[in-house]
Design a protein around this ligand. Structure first.
Ligand code: TXA
Ligand code: MG
Length: 323
């Protein structure tokens, strides 16, 4: 069992001793270790059971410190960093030699972000190295948004979970890279396209790796990820409910209550239709539903704007066939 507490000095000491611990961020909990120590980073991969070709995000607490980790900061990257850090945005930038190849899975770019959680910012300021931290869940499963989620799955593999309460954003950071004047979004997340467009003109913003735009008929194209153990099926809920045995299903709804099913079998993401609230509750709801004695989670997509884009991306990946 991991110790769960709010002691930043203790967390700092463990990290300085080369331990891997869980830390809170505003998006999801991270599984953190010294990004400059390749041996520590290899333990992060092992604890998560993550394939070594999938690189890790590096977390720091100030733009000034970036000069040690990255060779240059393109103009668009600086504009985004100044507008949105600390916050749920990750930038892909050319790395320096200080960042070991294992962190970036051999790529010349390192993914960097300044997270917006007071405890973790305090912790990062005490350390003289940045923290490599993927989401603190076993590979392929839903990201954790509470200390209890981390404890349930990784509690026997790490000594400490820094307790920062429930994550405010609830969905992972938006990841962007830079090619000339183009800003490429590789993962939709806690910063919406509309927010990025306030800083970068629309013509220079391009989304790659959008789950919805991939061809669902091509096997392997829709990567199963963020997936609970139960089968997730997306569609019109009235139609889906009529097709399944009521005792075997639970509903993940955006804002409506469906009278066909008892209250305990439906999770409403936001009864007022607020996408920020819906994002915050999404992974929490999927984890709770995964514990119910049912076979299928029936879900509906949310409106496709703002954080709705990222929520729908996660729902579609959760519904993709397991490999
Ligand atoms: O909100 C978040 O981003 C959370 C918190 C803990 O910061 N972290 C997170 O990490 O979601 P993870 O490892 O679960 O997802 C990071 C994603 C992966 O899809 C990985 O492939 C991509 O970022 N990534 C990391 N480093 C990269 C790099 N150098 N080049 C391209 N993609 C990279
Ligand atoms: Mg993850």
């Amino acid at each position: 069992m991991a110790e769960i507490a709010k002691d930043v000095s203790r967390a700092c000491q463990l990290l300085q001793n080369g331990e891997v611990i869980a830390i809170p961020t505003e998006t999801v909990y991270g599984l953190a270790g010294n990004a400059f120590d390749a041996e520590v980073v290899s333990r992060i991969f092992a604890i998560k059971n993550r394939p070594s070709f999938n690189p890790l995000i590096t977390h720091t607490d100030s733009i000034d410190k970036l000069q040690h980790y990255v060779q240059e900061i393109p103009r668009n990257a600086r504009l985004l960093a100044e507008a949105f850090w600390p916050g749920p945005l990750t930038l892909l930038l050319p790395k320096t030699k200080a960042v070991p190849d294992i962190v970036t899975a051999g790529s010349g770019s390192v993914a960097i972000r300044i997270p917006r959680h007071p405890l973790t910012l305090e912790l990062l300021a005490m350390l003289d190295f940045p923290l490599a931290a993927p989401s603190a869940n076993p590979f392929g499963y839903i990201s954790p948004t509470t200390p209890a989620h981390v404890e349930e799955q990784l509690g026997d593999k790490i000594p400490y979970i820094l307790d920062g309460g429930r994550c405010e954003v609830g969905i992972e950071s938006t990841i962007v890279g830079f090619e000339g004047t183009q800003v490429i979004v590789y993962r939709l997340g806690g910063k919406s396209l509309e927010e990025l467009q306030e800083v970068i003109p629309k013509a220079h913003l391009m989304v790659k790796n959008n789950a919805k735009e991939q061809n669902p008929n091509a096997p392997g194209m829709l990567t199963s990820h963020y997936a609970p153990g139960k089968k997730v099926i997306i569609g019109n809920l009235d139609e889906l409910i009529s097709k399944y045995d009521a005792s075997k299903i639970a509903l993940l709804t955006f804002k409506d209550f469906y009278p066909q099913l008892p209250e305990q079998r439906q999770f409403i993401l936001s009864s007022t239709g607020d996408l920020t609230e819906a994002a915050q509750k999404l992974f929490y709801a999927l984890r709770e539903m995964d514990k119910l004695p049912i076979d299928y989670i029936l879900a509906e997509l949310v409106p496709d704007y703002g954080l709705g884009n990222a929520i729908n991306d996660r729902l579609i990946r959760a519904a993709a066939e397991h490999k």
